[in-house]
Design a protein around this ligand. Structure first.
Ligand code: GDG
Length: 458
């Protein structure tokens, strides 16, 4: 069997099974694949992940120059590992415990089992002394498991979501095991320096690691800890937004909405994204006559997500109640106050909405990075638009020319939106030009190059 020079591991494969596309597979959209595809191609790489189905894994598949190895998960494991430990334990806990995390020993056992399965799959596939790059919160135990059988490998781990402050993390009954799992890597990367610090402190205080915030030692093994803020494929976004069909669609969207000022929100329908508070802030502007539905409209795109988790259903219900309340109170014939789309838009359509939006409102309560904010500025090839951004999105560390708001402060958020609507044109263009430069300079290609460089040096 041929072994690979670089193995990427993530919960999901970058392709999904489809009846239509060639060979029964189609590429899932996303910057991560775009960034890693060329690296994997030149380095004889392999991507290991779950293919989204239950049952037996198929052998390695090659599609579009990308080699992929599906990992099989049993139905009961998918439930306890994915719906349980990933989505109902780690996700809420790592997002500041906005919703209470549930600690179920059965889910933990399944998490352990699935991580072992991934680690075994990787151990068989990587060539001697080569590298494995593990992604995200589904696979936190893999670094240590892999190191135990393959101490020759360089192992990198990148967490896409925040790492919580120590006192929140300390609630997990299996906290030391989780930390030991992560510490098995040579490089552990986070979205922001704050996340990196939270992790290093938890490791020293709860898992007997020693060292500084950027260099830890555990039983003689050295771990580099740093921030590697993820980004988007800025060139691809710019090219998409410059397409005549997208530009034309943006003009059409504006005209269909009566050429009112457009405020736009685009999020997975997730309680961390702060959609309810954003709606209430807009309602506040309407109530206090600082905005009117004759002159502006809020469009919220909410992409269905994790619908089997009860908290997500409750969030959806609350959002829909608030939309109904605002429209009942403030809509007029021909000028609906809030347009709400609970669906996934195509890439072109999404780009057209970005271009049509006068103000993009990105107000998560807690978010690792938030790529929507970066996609918006990158799509503004016309230099127009304004960004309102939560201070609790990782992106706020870089996108400093956005109008930064606290999503827990409804009046402050309303004031931020109002300010964005009324920015003098010269200031608006100045802010946008800097934002665009930041995203272009620090794109996803730079991100993957920097991480792999750090792994190489480890
Ligand atoms: C996690 C972390 C971190 C959204 N609506 C549509 C659509 N999207 C695409 C966007 C963007 C992606 O989904 C969402 O990315 P985010 O970064 O906003 O959020 P999460 O899904 O929560 O991702 C996050 C990220 O990982 C990367 O590390 O930034 O903090 O939570 O790319 O474009 N795409 C299409 N139609 C839609 O309607 N086609």
């Amino acid at each position: 069997m041929r072994r690979h020079d670089l193995v990427i591991m993530a919960n999901r494969l970058p392709m999904r099974r489809s009846g239509r596309a060639s060979g029964g597979w189609e590429r899932s959209p996303g910057g991560l694949v775009t960034a890693l595809h060329p690296v994997l191609r030149t380095r004889e790489g392999l991507w290991i992940g779950w293919d989204g189905t239950s049952g037996r894994a198929s052998r390695t598949i090659e599609h579009d120059g990308l080699q992929m190895k599906p990992v099989a998960l049993a139905t009961r494991d998918i439930d306890a590992f994915y719906h349980g430990f990933c989505n109902r334990t780690i996700w809420p806990l790592f997002h500041d415990a906005i919703r209470p995390a549930e600690f179920n020993p059965r889910w933990w056992e399944a998490y352990h089992r699935v991580n072992e399965r991934f680690a075994k799959a990787a151990a068989r596939q990587v060539a001697r002394n080569r590298a494995v790059w593990i992604h995200d919160f589904h696979l936190l135990l893999v670094p240590q498991m892999l190191r135990a059988t393959r101490p020759d490998l360089r192992i990198g781990l990148f967490l896409h979501i925040p790492f919580p402050p120590e006192e929140i993390f300390a609630r997990v009954p299996w906290r030391a095991s989780l930390l030991h799992g992560m510490i098995g890597a040579d490089v552990v990367g986070f979205q922001t320096w704050k996340d990196a610090q939270n992790f290093s402190r938890a490791s020293r205080h709860l898992a007997d690691a020693e060292g500084t915030d950027s260099n830890l030692t555990f039983h003689g093994h050295k771990v580099r800890v740093n921030s590697f803020p993820i980004s988007i494929d800025a060139k691809e976004m710019e090219t998409l937004a410059a397409r005549p069909s997208v530009q034309k669609r943006a003009v059409e969207i504006k005209s269909r909405l009566g050429n009112r000022r457009i405020l736009l929100g685009v999020d997975r329908l997730d309680y961390t994204k702060g959609i309810e508070a954003r709606l209430v802030a807009f309602e506040r502007l309407l109530e206090t006559h600082q905005a009117s539905s004759d002159r502006c409209v809020l469009v919220q795109v909410a992409v269905p997500s994790r619908e089997t988790v009860p908290e997500y259903e409750q969030t959806r219900t609350r959002i829909e109640e608030i939309v109904g309340r605002i429209n009942g109170e403030f809509s007029h014939p021909g000028s609906v106050a809030v347009h709400y789309f609970r669906r996934n838009l195509g890439r072109e359509e999404l780009a057209a909405w970005y271009l049509a939006a006068d103000v993009m409102v990105v107000t998560p309560l807690c978010d690792g990075m938030n790529l929507v904010a970066k996609e918006y500025v990158s799509s503004r090839v016309d230099g127009g638009g304004a960004l309102v951004l939560s201070e609790f999105a990782g992106a706020a560390q870089e996108l400093r020319q956005a109008i930064i708001v606290n999503p827990y402060d409804i009046d402050g958020m309303a004031a931020g939106i109002r300010r964005a609507l009324h920015l003098p044109r010269s200031e608006q263009r100045f802010r946008m030009s800097i934002l665009r430069m930041v995203v272009r300079r620090h794109d996803v290609q730079e991100w993957s190059g920097t991480f792999l460089g750090a792994l190489e040096r480890a």
